[in-house]
Design a protein around this ligand. Structure first.
Ligand code: FAD
Length: 505
């Protein structure tokens, strides 16, 4: 093997890997590799782990971006037990009930993940004709979670043979139906159907087109609730980074990788902005796929070739968020709500197909200080309102100019529907836009969930965990199988680690 540089952390008797990017996929992969006996270095551009789970501390408030909840801590429990410890010793989870309150402009409301008795009451009120169909939907979700989601998600569908083996599970779990098609198969009432199909959007998918299996990584109406790590989602990422270091892994923060050097068809060295260079037996990138090929591999024909291919692919939407702190507390506003606008199907088409900025929106309101009062000073609250918007390729607007207008419209909508005197109560607020995702996380066109979760970009047609030309280059995270979203990137990290550990042994 050719050795170009000297890795100060490298023990010549052990295999070594560098994971680029400390998003949840990168963190989970790094833990699995280190626990599997591979000397692992995790290099992150930003000052803290978590990737798109970003945190800001201002005036005594803690603001966060990214997912508002975990659907199920089981994959993290499994990750921790692999390291010989109990997740409960590192992270305290609060159960969040309801997991989500859906509300519509006509006054309809539905609390999802609210426990069996409450769910029965909700269904009897909103959709009495759909009670039997809802039960069937819940049975589908329970069976498909194991058959469709776990079995397919955690397998590396890197070859036609592996994909063929997965086909029966895909058919049994109705993975060929879209979220909208599947929910319509079980329930007829419009509001209920929108609420059941919506979670696919939280994983970056198009509810009208993306496989219903992508629902299963999100808290579901048929489930008991969601889970919130005390201190926030970034605290969870910090606990993962701490566990990785306790296992002997090396974490380099604040040091973006700028180039991957190759010899023949192998990556030989990783070079960072600070000038650090080191050799590894394998390299796994959790950074955005286009950034990895176009920028980090710019010296190689493979980098340019893949960048050209990725430029022709379809990307998921981006996100715009207003983070705000308010005077007062709102025990009646749940941890997470979805405020639908007047349109659903047409709005989804505007977002995914037409790439326009519509007047209306579907808004996710996150209220973490309800569950975790330490995130705000006493008597005050923290909120975040997020709307999906088309990515910068479809909607190339100047976000700096547009952002204040959208912020006003979002706050006005919350004022009309939930907090009438919101304007008088705002202590501080700021926005994050698609441009921030592009600049701060290197997301291609600011797409928040990477490659779109379409049929032509799923399973074996999504990026494989192992590059097809560069023998020791791996990918992990939202661009790879099974896709974006917390549960998906954790499942993908498991699949990637199995492949990597096997190939390094
Ligand atoms: C606003 C928003 C809301 C979301 N809401 C939900 C939700 O409700 N439910 C859900 O399941 N999912 C949601 N997601 C998606 C989910 O959070 C992501 O799919 C998932 O966390 C992505 O993880 P990842 O492993 O792909 O890494 P990422 O989070 O993309 O992290 C990649 C890491 O690589 C680092 N990096 C980039 N370039 C370099 C470099 N050159 N050198 C070193 N490091 C580098 C970045 O700084 C980053 O830390 C949301 C995402 C966003 C942005």
């Amino acid at each position: 093997m050719v050795r170009l540089g000297k890795n100060p952390e490298h023990d010549p008797t052990r295999r070594s890997t560098c994971v680029i990017g400390a998003g949840l996929g990168g963190l989970a992969l790094a833990i699995r590799l280190q626990a599997g006996g591979v000397a692992t270095t995790l290099v992150e551009a930003r000052g803290e782990p978590g990737g798109c789970l970003r945190r800001w501390r201002r005036d005594g408030f803690t603001f966060e971006e990214g997912p508002s909840l975990l659907a199920d801590p089981a994959p993290l429990r499994e990750l921790w037990s692999l390291t010989g410890e109990d997740l409960g010793d590192a992270v305290t989870f609060a159960e969040v009930t309801p997991a989500c309150r859906y509300s519509w402009t006509d006054g309809a409301q539905f609390d999802a993940g609210s426990g069996e008795a409450e769910l029965a009451r909700q269904l009897a009120r909103l959709a009495p004709g759909d009670i039997a169909g809802f039960e069937e939907f819940a049975r589908w979700a329970a069976a498909a979670r194991i058959d469709g989601w776990q079995r397919l998600g955690e397998s590396a569908l890197h070859s036609p043979a592996a994909a063929a083996r997965a086909l029966p599970a895909l058919v049994r779990s109705q993975g060929w139906r879209s979220a909208w098609g599947l929910t319509g198969h079980y329930v007829k009432e419009r509001h209920l159907r929108e609420a059941l199909a919506f979670p696919v959007l939280q994983a970056g998918g198009n509810p009208l087109a993306t496989s219903a299996l992508h629902l299963l990584g999100q808290p579901l109406a048929s489930g008991t609730g969601g889970w919130w790590p005390r201190g926030g989602m970034v605290a969870l990422a910090e606990a993962m980074a701490a566990r990785f270091e306790q296992l002997g892994g090396t974490l380099r923060l604040h040091d973006p990788v700028v180039r991957l050097h190759a010899v023949g068809n192998r990556i030989a060295e990783v070079e960072t902005q600070s000038g650090w260079r080191a050799h590894f037996d394998a390299v796994a990138s959790n950074a955005d796929a286009m950034h990895t090929y176009r920028d980090l591999l710019r010296d190689l024909p493979r980098g340019a070739q893949q960048a050209r291919r990725l430029a022709r692919r379809d990307y998921s939407p981006s996100a715009f968020s207003v983070h705000f702190a308010l005077e007062g507390t709102w025990p009646g506003i749940p941890h997470q709500s979805v405020l639908f606008g007047p349109r659903f199907g047409e709005l989804i088409a505007d977002l995914f197909d037409h790439g326009v900025l519509p007047q209306d929106f579907v808004l996710t309101l996150h209220h973490p200080s309800l569950t975790d009062p330490d995130l705000a000073p006493q008597g005050k609250s923290v909120f975040r309102a997020t709307i999906p918007v088309a990515h910068l390729g479809k909607l190339p607007i100047d976000w700096e100019t547009v952002a204040p207008l959208i912020e006003q419209r979002i706050l006005d909508e919350i004022g009309r529907r939930l907090i009438p005197d919101i304007r008088d109560r705002v202590i501080t607020s700021f926005v994050t836009t698609p441009r921030d995702l592009a600049l701060e996380l290197n997301y291609h066109m600011g797409s928040a969930w990477s490659l779109a979760a379409s049929a032509l970009q799923s399973g074996p047609l999504r990026l494989a965990h192992r590059d097809r030309k560069l023998a020791n280059l791996y990918l992990v995270g939202a661009a790879t199988h099974p896709g974006a979203g917390l549960a998906a990137v954790l499942a993908g990290a498991k699949a990637a680690s199995l492949q990597l550990l096997e190939e390094l042994s």
